[in-house]
Design a protein around this ligand. Structure first.
Ligand code: GLA
Length: 734
């Protein structure tokens, strides 16, 4: 939603006016970009500079935005654009720019002045506000786009850049978003990691200067650091209170998010494609569109922020966000590369016995000249290996169906092994440098997706598999390598490669999604190397980490849950870790559950437990997938981690608690307060996933509690070393 008004109108309204602190000049325009709770207000001053004067809780009287003094009134802004809505480099700017260009005539400066703005409905209840800016001296224009989703309190922002200068203009930096907030202290939570230890949070108070989050990895870009962060104002981020902005860049390649505490102690931040090695030559008449930066601003802490993002993602971004998902049995950890037709078809029966919907055949099924028996060969040669699978995939699909489950497959279509027929046939399709030795990441190389022929090939990999096997029901799309040797043999602009790669990737994903809109697709990247809302436009779910140790997972899933909803988070029960199967199952239930175990090795009780757990999951998955998530007790703060999911009508909740400490006598000593229930409703509390042969210490079907009691006094799930994971169903009593 947008409201515009002139300050002169405001003065008329303002007979009640008290003292105005440094009022905006009479002809200032205020562009108010609003969601249900939040407003981003851009003032256009007499010089036509677009500057941000407010980002936060919206005011009930929008005419009062004109009262807000620029820059939080904390001193002198020498340039008048410290708070620019899109800071141009090279002229009067003194700080970190959002955009930096060299014009066709060599002039390295940019000035951007307001021309006009408009606002229109953008479908699904969203509104798109566009602010048009222009360089007064050059035929160079930038449009700032703000798409607001009022009900979910999310703002999606990006820019488009174009010009009609005589020759190409070089874009050195081209951010998606440039925002500005005054506060006393800024607490940034960012996440770092590596393979099998994704999403470790680190919170720090920002100091004057620039703090940069970035990646230069090209593909598997989030391996060390994802493009998602939390920003708390004035105090460290709390779960249920305080102002927290949750932001994430919808881009699967190199990104840069720069936070600058400026000389006035206000926070500026810029998020977008990483300028590193990515100068972009923009031809006259062409338009460059940046990826979108997404954010929500919460006054109810991290909890409010993540629930807004979850609702937004389910409704507006992730395919079938309000739909179904398939539980699956994967063979990766059961067989690795060592399997044949017999082994696989036997696993179908195991899957059926367990009670999953689908069997997923992982890596190792392809390559003939170079059979894929380890991870050194064959990527690119996507034909069934005739020794392992003499009757091909079609046979497996129909055998699985005969057994009563669906069949899905693993692909890594962007990649190529140095030992592969594809590499031999098309060496110019591979990213590698002339006059340099090839560097390999997981013994493999990356295909050049900036080349349209390679895009066709990669699309063809998926399309061929689907055309030959129309009832194939699931694809796991992996991406295990970073971009080493960043050079394309065919791209005329070497510095376009990182950007063109991602655009090429999205073109392929878009084609796959358009042709197979209902096909469930898992986004995987050697674990969680590619978890962002750029790719999640096309994928129904993502693989957070290869680390499936139950205890580790509590932490990993906890941190992803700030940004991504349970329905999209693939959690598999495997043999990683020391926890019993009950613990691992309870943890996996907090998302999209699956298995990667040898079913035939489960003992009787383990099998019985798993079969029953799958039935329970089937009954409760609508609450977990579509409900609101409340993090109740942090694994970073005590012996117990606790989370719950509450459905929309608040008559059903599923509550998970886990022991995360090994210390003597560790456990839930007292009550944990629930959240999200209806205080006026009455609930019963029933334990689920009780292991065969054990008894719950909680079940008492006749006792009921008001929502008010459960949220004020709380309830003790009785977590201790003997009850290390506890799942409780909270149901409105009749
Ligand atoms: C990556 C994935 C795993 C598995 C292997 C197969 O590591 O994250 O789940 O698919 O590749 O090679």
């Amino acid at each position: 939603m947008i409201r515009t008004f002139l300050f002169s109108q405001f003065l008329l309204l303002l007979s009640l006016s008290t003292v105005l602190s440094a009022p905006a000049p009479p002809d200032d325009t205020h562009i108010v970009i609003e969601t249900r709770q939040t407003a981003l207000v851009i003032r256009v001053n007499k010089d036509k500079d677009p500057v941000i004067v407010h980002l936060g809780t919206k005011l009930s009287h929008p005419e009062e935005y004109a009262r807000i003094s620029s820059n939080g009134k904390r001193g002198e802004d020498y340039t008048a654009i410290y708070n620019s809505a899109y800071t141009p480099a090279g002229g009067r700017n003194l700080l970190e720019p959002a955009i930096q260009v060299t014009h066709a005539d060599g002039n390295p400066s940019l000035d951007l002045r307001y021309v006009r703005h408009e606002s229109k409905p953008a479908g699904d209840g969203a509104t798109l506000t566009t602010i048009y800016l222009k360089d007064p001296q050059y035929a160079f224009e930038v449009a700032l786009h703000y798409k607001t989703y009022p009900d979910e309190d999310v703002i999606e922002q990006w820019s488009t850049i174009k010009h009609t200068e005589k020759k190409a203009v070089t874009l050195h930096k081209y951010a998606s978003a440039n925002l500005y907030i005054p506060a006393d202290t800024y607490y940034l939570t960012h996440f770092h990691g590596d393979w099998a230890r994704e999403m470790n949070p680190r919170e720090e108070a920002l100091t004057e200067g620039v703090k940069v989050l970035d990646t230069k990895l090209g593909t598997r870009a989030d391996l060390f650091q994802p493009p998602s962060f939390l920003l708390a104002l004035d105090k460290p981020a709390q779960e249920n209170e305080g102002d927290v902005l949750a932001g994430t860049l919808a881009w699967s390649g190199n990104y840069q998010i720069a936070f600058e505490v400026d000389p006035l102690h206000n926070l500026r931040f810029m998020a977008g494609i990483n300028p590193y090695a990515s100068a972009y030559s923009l031809a006259p008449g062409k338009e460059f569109t940046t990826p979108a930066f997404l954010f929500t601003y919460s006054t109810t802490g991290k909890g409010g922020a993540s629930r807004s993002l979850h609702r937004w993602a389910r409704k507006h971004r992730i395919p079938q966000g309000d739909g179904n998902r398939l539980t699956l049995l994967n063979n990766w950890e059961a067989t690795y590369f060592d399997f044949n037709e017999e082994k696989i078809t036997a696993l179908f029966k195991d899957g059926k016995k367990l009670g999953v919907d689908l069997f997923l055949l992982d890596d190792g099924w392809f390559g003939n000249k170079y059979p894929r028996n380890n991870d050194h060969t064959s990527l690119g040669d996507w034909q069934e290996n005739k020794t392992k699978l003499p009757h091909g995939l079609g046979y497996l699909v129909s055998e699985a169906e005969k057994t009563g489950i669906k069949f899905g497959i693993w692909l890594e279509p962007e990649m190529v092994s140095p030992k592969s027929e594809l590499y031999e046939k098309h060496p110019d399709w591979v990213l590698k440098l002339p006059n340099r030795e090839e560097y390999y990441f997981r013994n493999q190389l990356v295909l050049d997706l900036s080349n349209p022929k390679v895009q066709d090939f990669v699309f063809g990999v998926v399309d061929n598999v689907m055309t030959k096997n129309p009832s194939l029901a699931y694809i796991k799309w992996d991406c295990n390598a970073v971009i080493y040797n960043a050079f394309s043999a065919t791209n005329p602009n070497p510095s376009h490669l990182y950007v063109d790669y991602v655009h090429g990737l999205y073109k392929v994903m878009e084609r796959v999604h358009t042709k197979y809109p209902k096909l469930p697709l898992m986004l995987c990247s050697g674990g969680g190397g590619r978890v962002d809302y750029g790719s999640l436009r096309y994928f129904t779910e993502f693989w957070p980490s290869d680390n499936t140790d139950g205890l580790e997972r509590i932490f990993i899933q906890w941190n992803y849950s700030y940004f991504f909803p349970a329905i999209a988070t693939c959690n598999h029960i495997t043999d990683w870790g020391k926890q019993p199967i009950k613990f691992r199952t309870d943890v996996a239930m907090m998302g999209k559950m699956g298995y990667d175990i040898v079913v035939s090795k489960l003992d009787e009780k383990e099998l019985q437990f798993s079969q029953e757990a799958l039935k329970t999951y089937d009954r409760l998955k609508p609450v977990i997938w579509q409900g609101d998530q409340y993090r109740l007790a942090s694994p970073y703060e005590g012996d117990v981690a606790s989370l719950m999911y509450v459905n929309g009508s608040k008559d059903k909740a599923v509550w998970f608690s886990y022991l995360v400490s090994n210390r003597y006598n560790a456990g839930s000593k007292g009550n944990i307060r629930l959240a999200g229930l209806d205080p006026a409703k009455t609930y019963s509390v029933q334990e689920l996933n009780v292991y065969p042969g054990t008894k719950s210490s909680i079940n008492n079907a006749t006792t009921t509690y008001s929502g008010n009691y459960l949220m004020t006094v709380g309830f003790n799930p009785n977590v201790d070393a003997r009850r290390a994971s506890v799942v409780l169903e909270v149901t409105e009593a009749n």
